[in-house]
Design a protein around this ligand. Structure first.
Ligand code: ADP
Length: 376
């Protein structure tokens, strides 16, 4: 079986790394061999996954085609599907997920809980709605397409913010009072077998208001945990997705679970599973799309994941500072993505920390933040 993956970034790299033992025939498509996958995978095709011809050409001699990024050319995937190729996630699901407006409509159509929203043509229409008294500040404006890592999300708190709205088709959501941000990764195979990983919570630094680390299992009631897992299972079935579906939730201060957004691929909230779970999210994605039985998602231990971002003030060839200091810590696993160039806040890798006890894990994270830096 020949498997083709669109995208050659860190998610593709970890899919390759985590399935080497299965000795599969995996091929990648991305613009440059210098990207994280190119350094380790033998079968790398240089091309643009947003280009119709490149995706079609790449897919024609593959049996199964999947993705590590959503922003791919869906028309070409549709054509490949029509030609009898197995494509996961399906082009139909991908079209909905690529557009935050269609995602929201999908949730409301299926009676699934999400925050209230309205779709607008552009920024001018949003301003008009405010002026007409149809929309009141505060609210959250989101670009319908191509947002990631908070780019494409704008929180409008004051009238002055209206001059800085995002351009283009967008949606506006109510500003949710968030108690915790949670995520669940579900996996389904072509035989409709479904598994879910434990709920993960984002832990914020209260001073910087930035995500400090992700922690699994989330410290929430069993009722909330069950609601999140059931919603993730319902979503993966309704989208008819094989492979992974990561679902991000808001737990509101009033105790409600709301779906924020989904991603049909490996996700940041599952990076700890490489070391903390019996079968990682990356291996399960490949198992799911290839029609294999799914692996055990159980956690061996509590686990945290810290993103390693390029240090502020440094742009250029990446150098790791303090690697030896953190390698001396037990149950700390370093996963750098092999990116040649570092830039401020660029995701350069992640570190998983395992332990029996949350405090012990947090102490190690403090040491990582203190000693480990990516500079140029
Ligand atoms: P992205 O696709 O870039 O990850 P998200 O939709 O996940 O964008 O939003 C990024 C972050 O913005 C969320 O993790 C959350 O902290 C905040 N956010 C998004 N939507 C809302 C909302 N409706 N109310 C309050 N905060 C929100």
């Amino acid at each position: 079986m020949k498997i083709g993956i669109l995208g050659g970034g860190q998610l593709g790299r970890m899919m390759f790394q985590e399935t080497i033992g299965l000795d599969l025939d995996i091929h990648f498509l991305d613009r440059s061999r210098h990207f994280p996958v190119g350094k380790i995978a033998q079968h790398f095709f240089e091309g643009d996954f947003t280009n119709y011809d490149d995706v079609l050409q790449f897919g024609l001699d593959k049996d199964v085609i999947t993705i590590e990024i959503e922003r791919v050319n869906v028309d070409a995937l549709e054509e490949l599907e029509q030609q009898g190729k197995i494509v996961h996630p399906s082009p139909k699901a991908l079209r909905i997920i690529q557009d935050k407006g269609l995602q929201k409509e999908f949730y409301t159509k299926n009676n699934l809980p999400t925050s209230d929203y309205t779709i607008y043509e552009n920024a001018e229409a949003v301003v008009k709605a405010v002026k007409a008294g149809e929309l009141s500040i505060p609210f959250v404006q989101k670009a319908r397409k191509d947002g990631y890592d908070g780019k494409g999300v704008f929180v409008v708190k004051h009238e002055n913010d209206l001059t800085h709205l995002l351009n283009g088709p967008c949606l506006v959501e109510e500003l949710v009072e968030i108690e915790k941000e949670l995520a669940v990764i579900a996996c389904r195979n072509t035989k409709n077998e479904i598994v879910t990983y434990d709920v993960v919570e984002m832990v914020f630094d209260p001073e910087a208001n930035l995500v400090k680390f992700l922690f699994a299992p989330a410290e929430i009631s069993s009722d909330i945990e069950l609601q999140c897992k059931i919603l993730a299972k319902t979503l993966i079935e309704k989208f008819e997705i094989s492979g992974l579906l990561a679902v991000e939730f808001f737990l509101t201060k009033a105790g409600q679970v709301l779906i924020n957004e989904v991603a049909p691929r490996p996700h940041n909230s599952g990076h700890h599973t490489i070391d903390a779970s019996v079968c990682s999210q990356f291996e399960n994605h490949i198992r799911g799309v290839a029609g294999f039985p799914l692996g055990n998602t159980e956690l061996y231990k509590k686990g945290a994941m810290v993103n390693i971002l390029g240090e502020e003030g440094f742009t250029g060839n990446a150098k790791y500072l303090g690697l030896e200091d953190i390698l001396s810590l037990s149950n700390v696993h370093v996963h750098m993505y092999g990116k040649e160039i570092t830039k401020p806040k660029r995701k350069m890798g992640h570190i998983n920390v395992l332990g029996q006890d949350r405090q012990e894990i947090e102490d190690k994270i403090d040491k990582i933040n203190q000693f480990f830096k990516v500079i140029a």
